[in-house]
Ligand binder design. Structure first.
Ligand SMILES: Cc1cc2nc3c(=O)[nH]c(=O)nc-3n(C[C@H](O)[C@H](O)[C@H](O)COP(=O)(O)OP(=O)(O)OC[C@H]3O[C@@H](n4cnc5c(N)ncnc54)[C@H](O)[C@@H]3O)c2cc1C
Length: 385
């Protein structure tokens, strides 16, 4: 097994690192404070080809291998989890679903445009009454003449006010459960579609998140993604990719906590010596380091599996998501402890890392669900098909 990054992977990492340090880092605190999506930065990232991820070049993507892509997302997340999320959009659910189930027109008009930064797509799955239990969704769709009419609400949708379109899901008949779900692309300017951004969020503040309301939203049949009633397959098609991205973001965030902690522990003098010389602080640094390394190995292995053409790796993806996001919050808590009162300061990033880390445990399937999945595979109750 080769654990070294190749030349291409190192070059991509350095490109992202340079961009993150020069163009993202000086503005992160401001976007977080103002709860403003970094549109200008994301556009510039697109010009550098940083949004194209693993999408093949023929569809406008960067055609990266998964390891290179994960390394890039991790690198950006050391500085900003929102821009790291933008880098993973085309390779995560919204892009991967279109790549797998979309028509040629979807790939050209939505996926390609998103890779080039010309339009931004978001995923709208979660509803006020159904989060983890996706199949229990209440948003309905019915045929009306030669189009579809969608009614209902989605909630906690990221990039709400800066997206040009949504990949969303609705049911033809709630009594049929998962067999009635359909996936659609809905442009943001469709009549009947409205949204409300939640303000004063605790974490991931630069990504505008909120509620999307559908009132007789009329969608043409060509906006159906995949087959009628097979929408859950579309929603689940990119589970590995989504969990890979959130895990790479968690590792980046945890590494940043470690780097900041090491720097501060060497500088901060208490009782006449740098706090790094106290054994209790050393123990925190050592644990963070082991946690970050093990999480990174899981992330790279998941990426490597995808590069080997392994399509279904649900258990490994669940372990990766669980471990990386658990250690990210732990690292953020310990970094705050090491920084003492200064962790409360907006001038230093560890307080923001702490606020952001919590929500990585909730997005892309809560960590309770990951635990259930891991155990179900271990017990033989589930198998990848
Ligand atoms: C910052 C942020 C951004 C988001 N962005 C998006 C987005 O872009 N698009 C989108 O569609 N959604 C998005 N979400 C929503 C996210 O996907 C959901 O919050 C998540 O799926 C969990 O759903 P829920 O919050 O309704 O929790 P619930 O499903 O109500 O769960 C509540 C609690 O019960 C636990 N639980 C549920 N079922 C079980 C079980 N079987 N066994 C044990 N415990 C269980 C959960 O783990 C959780 O702790 C976002 C959320 C956040 C916080």
């Amino acid at each position: 097994m080769d654990f070294a990054l190749n030349d291409q992977q190192r070059m991509y990492r350095d490109l992202v690192r340079d961009f993150a340090r020069r163009e993202v880092a000086p503005h992160v605190a401001e976007y977080d404070r103002e709860e403003r999506y970094p549109t200008e930065i994301v556009k510039h990232a697109a010009e550098l080809g940083l949004l194209g991820g693993v999408v093949p070049e023929e569809y406008g993507g960067a055609g990266l291998d998964y390891v290179t892509y994960a390394v890039g997302v991790e690198e950006m997340a050391k500085v900003c989890t929102t821009v790291a999320s933008a880098m993973s959009r085309t390779s995560g659910l919204v892009g991967a679903a279109i790549l797998q189930f979309g028509s040629d027109a979807h790939k050209r008009d939505y996926l390609g445009a998103m890779c080039r930064g010309e339009s931004l797509g978001a995923t709208a799955v979660t509803e006020p009454q159904s989060g983890s239990d996706v199949a229990a969704m209440e948003t309905t769709v019915r045929r009306d003449g030669d189009s579809y009419l969608i009614n209902g609400s989605k909630i906690w949708i990221s990039n709400l006010d800066c997206s040009d379109w949504f990949l969303t899901f609705a049911t033809l008949d709630r009594s049929m459960g998962k067999d009635a779900i359909c996936a659609f692309i809905v442009p943001a300017d469709t009549p009947g579609l409205s949204f409300r951004v939640f303000k004063n969020k605790v974490g991931i503040r630069a990504s505008s998140t909120g509620e999307l309301h559908f009132e007789d939203v009329r969608v043409p049949p060509e906006n159906l993604v995949g087959e009628e009633g097979k929408g859950l397959r579309v929603a689940l098609s990119a589970v590995e990719n989504g969990r890979l991205a959130v895990s790479a973001r968690a590792v980046g965030l945890a590494q940043a906590c470690l780097d900041e902690s090491i720097r501060y522990a060497r500088e901060r003098v208490v009782f006449g010596q740098p706090i790094g010389e106290f054994q209790l602080i050393k123990a925190k640094i050592a644990e963070m380091m082991v946690d970050v390394e093990t999480a990174r190995l899981l992330v790279y292995r998941l990426a490597w599996l995808r590069d080997q053409g392994v399509r279904r790796a649900r258990q490994h993806a669940a372990m990766t998501k669980l471990h990386s996001t658990e250690i990210a919050l732990k690292a953020a808590i310990e970094a705050c402890q090491i920084f003492g009162a200064y962790s409360c300061s907006e001038d230093l990033p560890v307080g923001r890392f702490f606020r952001d880390a919590k929500f990585l445990q909730i997005v892309e399937g809560t960590n309770e669900l990951q635990r259930l999945l891991i155990a179900d595979y271990a017990l033989g109750y589930r198998q990848d098909r």
